[in-house]
Write a protein that binds this ligand. Sequence first.
Ligand code: PLP
Length: 358
Amino acid sequence: MVTKTIDLRSDTVTKPNEVMRAAMANAEVDDDVLSFDPTAFRLEAEMARITGKEAALFVPSGTMGNLISVMIHCEVRGSEVILGDNCHIHIFENGGISTIGGVHPRPVKNNKDGTMDIDLIEAAIRNPNFEICYPKTRLICLENTHANTGGKCLSVEYIDEVGVLAKKHGLKLHIDGARIFHASVALGVPVNRLVQAADSVSVCLSKGLGAPVGSVIVGSREFIARARILRKTLGGGMRQVGILCAAALVAVQENVEKLADDHKKAKALAEGLNNIKGLKVDIASVQTNILYFDISEDANITAHKLINQLEEHGVLMMADSSSRIRVVLHYQISAADVQYTLACIEQAVNGTPFKNGH
Ligand SMILES: *Cc1c(COP(=O)(O)O)cnc(C)c1O
């Protein structure tokens, strides 16, 4: 009998816990569009401190955080941004930087580790002496961890190198750090050091950190002052937003230390999957809380069939293709949930009847 759902579809599915709900209920609030909400200010000050930037701004989503950042760095319509061809901004944000921001994307191939080759980035920078035909390159975007390549960490050395390149050509550097805390924990490098070379960073609070809503962007005081105005323009100014920021503060204070455990559970799941005939995970590629596993052709099951069978037993996952499944760990999945999940998968793949209770 299924009594509980084990939701491995994403780390966005975390639900606010009791501490967060209590903090929300007791939050001191005021009108944040008029810049009076004390709890929003507390969260923003804390995020600026953690990331080592001058200022921060709470935004409703990571998508809006990236859009605002790109639009500010590329203030002249028709400017160009260099970004990974497999990055979230390019793939999953409705092309908003173009349709709303008037910014032209210049995708560069993402490697399997989430990087773009430095020489390919440099080659993509437009020659400013041919402005009769070329848009002007103004920005480079990196993503850390890199979601679509399976939560890969960009090293501080790599980011610094891109930062040097950006400076050399007078460009800005934005990091989509939706999961920057995961990278920091996995690499053992403090967040402020990891993003030192960046002019701006967007950080998700509602993924692995477990807040119900929101992201934060960080940068210089001037950048954030302009971001505050653009957030209002885009309809992202919110009034008593301290209710949400109170939960986000708990997330940042209490849940960062749980990420290492999420990475361990991902590794344990990956190792368990590799022991099941017909399934394969590249263990070395599991660096943080995201993993992909492949179902071999001679296995007697497709990704979609496996997912349907697991759902009957309360285990939720998402298919990436007919032979590939994505799994994302977060703090509301226990080590026992991982073992239960493995048992369910093994029985589904082997076609034996389920015998586990949960
Ligand atoms: C989830 C995510 C975003 C966007 O966040 P939303 O809050 O869903 O808009 C941006 N970048 C990356 C890498 C993400 O994983």
